[in-house]
Write a protein that binds this ligand. Structure first.
Ligand code: OAD
Length: 256
């Protein structure tokens, strides 16, 4: 991506100071400093190929050979159970508490926004918080990572999670080949915002990658490395570490 202006932290703090309907669109880069690898960064899952992304994240593969997904899921749940929100997650929560942030649209499935205290979160790609049995249709709600680890470890087809009816259990995360969740709400939120922050996403995956085009409000992208988003009026790109940059913004914002 070329042609975007950068933005000093103080300028962003001033924009935040004037905003009343700030929206954040977040991606995996927000959680790397918590210890969760992203997808397309230097240590991303698509780069290290620790898992085969197609076999793990495509819905047809999940139905045919869920072992691939559940091996990833067991590692993910083990890690996610222990991790804590980053400075950037907590920064967004603080903006919500101040009444500035209208909502977060996230592609992340790690629940770290909620763990930081954020309430207005749209999870486009779902999460492990609920699940559905693909056989009997039973819904499982308010799930924790410990619950998942237990059900995977006690399964007859370990690590594949099964319902009591013996059928395959699917966490309510969005696989490739499925519709994202709450897209219309996300679109409406972004259309009505007066400042959009795009944080830690390469914007490679549709339809989330289309959302920044829905607004003419000032848009500040903070992401280390390339992103797929054309230059536009009022669009700024900061190539920096998120926690580092947002700490500087927070210093300029001062105490609540
Ligand atoms: P990506 O891995 O594509 O993008 C994350 C971006 O964050 C990369 O450009 C990194 O360089 C950058 N980054 C990482 N750590 C950072 C840090 N500390 N500070 C600043 N930037 C940092 O992840 P997403 O765009 O979220 O979908 O990926 C979108 C979707 O692709 C995911 O939700 C997932 C995946 O396939 C599904 O599985 C359906």
């Amino acid at each position: 991506m070329t042609g975007h202006d950068s933005l000093p932290p103080q300028a962003l703090s001033e924009m935040i100071g004037q905003a009343k309907m700030l929206v954040a669109l977040t991606g995996a880069g927000l959680s790397t400093s918590a210890g969760i690898p992203d997808f397309r960064g230097p240590n991303g899952l698509y780069v290290t190929r620790r898992y085969d992304p197609i076999r793990v994240f495509e819905i047809d593969w999940f139905r045919r050979a869920p072992q691939n997904f559940y091996e990833f899921a067991r590692d993910f749940a083990t890690m996610a159970e222990m991790i804590q929100p980053t400075f950037s997650h907590r920064f967004l929560h603080r903006l919500e508490a101040k009444g500035v942030l209208a909502g977060i649209v996230t592609q992340n499935i790690d629940l770290l926004h909620q763990k930081a205290g954020s309430e207005k979160v749209i999870e486009l790609h779902g999460s492990f918080q609920s699940a559905t049995c693909l056989g009997c249709g039973q819904r499982f709600l308010d799930l924790t990572y410990s619950w998942w680890l237990e059900i995977m470890d006690n399964s007859l087809k370990k690590p594949i999670a099964q319902c009591a009816c013996g059928s395959l259990l699917k966490p309510d995360i969005v696989f490739f080949g499925e519709q994202v969740r709450q897209y219309d709400e996300a679109e409406a939120l972004i259309r009505n915002c007066d400042l959009l922050l795009v944080l830690g996403s390469s914007l490679n995956v549709t339809p989330a990658s289309q959302l920044p085009y829905e607004t003419r409000a000032p848009t500040v992208i903070i992401n280390r490395g390339e992103i797929i988003l054309g230059a536009g009026e009022n669009r700024f790109k900061v190539d920096a570490d998120l926690d580092w940059y947002l700490r500087k913004v927070a210093e300029h914002l001062g105490p609540d």
